[in-house]
Write a protein that binds this ligand. Structure first.
Ligand SMILES: *[C@@H]1O[C@H](CO)[C@@H](O)[C@H](O)[C@H]1NC(C)=O
Length: 236
């Protein structure tokens, strides 16, 4: 699972950051239409898979810590492979839906995306037909699904923390908290800024706010998570 997560995090960073660097080094800030579609696809694919994997991992941690005697029957190595595959599949399906929906909409308000990567809300601003409402509906549905997963993750961690607080050794408790809390913090940042940027009403949108929020959900979580994952690796 950790290897999967690290790959997804590295992938997420490589979708936006190199293009931003290239943009800042040259005067040319254009992107091909196909490149823009690829950015949307890969970004949603990797982030969707990552989020599904985090949900699966919360369940895995919950069973390992709170139901250790059932771990072998509930989560054998076959089950883990299936769940990892399901997470990648979910991300793929999710990305196909968003890309197909967004890039079938006719665009007529120019071709300037006011963001450092191709972000769906910014592309929808360029559309001129009602077709964009379908994608908006899909985004709202995704936010609800994402929030449902978040509630599941938090509930699993609450159970885990309750079990951890019963550990008699100070050192054991410290270790458990120092691995779980950074993870939870990064997930909360990802969910809160992601939901904010996709559900906020257009009236409170300003270029600088949009930029800050986009950095907070697309660049900061994967960069920090690579560090958190590395610490977890060292502990394993
Ligand atoms: C992802 O996780 C599964 C389940 O643990 C593992 O079998 C698979 O090798 C991992 N894949 C990668 C690319 O890390």
């Amino acid at each position: 699972f950790l290897l999967n997560l690290s790959i997804l995090d590295l992938g997420t960073i490589s979708i936006t950051v190199p293009k931003v660097m290239a943009n800042s080094l040259s005067d040319n800030r254009s992107i091909f239409y196909a490149g823009c579609a690829a950015q949307v696809f890969l970004f949603f694919f990797l982030l969707g898979a990552e989020y599904a994997l985090l949900t699966v991992m919360a369940y895995d941690h919950y069973v390992a810590i709170c139901q250790p005697l059932h771990y072998g029957t509930l989560l054998g190595s076959r089950a883990c492979v299936h769940m990892a595959a399901a997470a990648w599949g979910t991300g793929f399906l999710y990305a196909v839906l968003h890309m197909a929906n967004t890039f079938s909409i006719p665009l007529c308000h120019g071709n300037t995306v006011e963001q450092f990567f191709c972000e769906i809300p910014q592309i929808l601003k360029l559309s001129c037909s009602d077709a964009y409402l379908r994608e908006v509906g899909l985004l709202i549905l995704s936010c609800f699904l994402g929030f449902g997963c978040f509630v599941f993750i938090v509930l699993s961690y609450v159970q885990i923390f309750r079990a951890v607080l019963r550990i008699p050794s100070e050192q054991g408790r410290h270790k458990a908290f120092s691995t779980c809390l950074p993870h939870l913090a990064v997930v909360s940042l990802l969910v809160s800024t992601g939901i904010f940027s996709y559900l906020k009403p257009p009236s409170i949108s300003s270029p600088s706010l949009d930029l800050v929020v986009a950095v907070l959900y697309s660049v900061v979580p994967p960069v920090f998570k690579t560090q958190v994952d590395k610490d977890l690796w060292n502990q394993v």
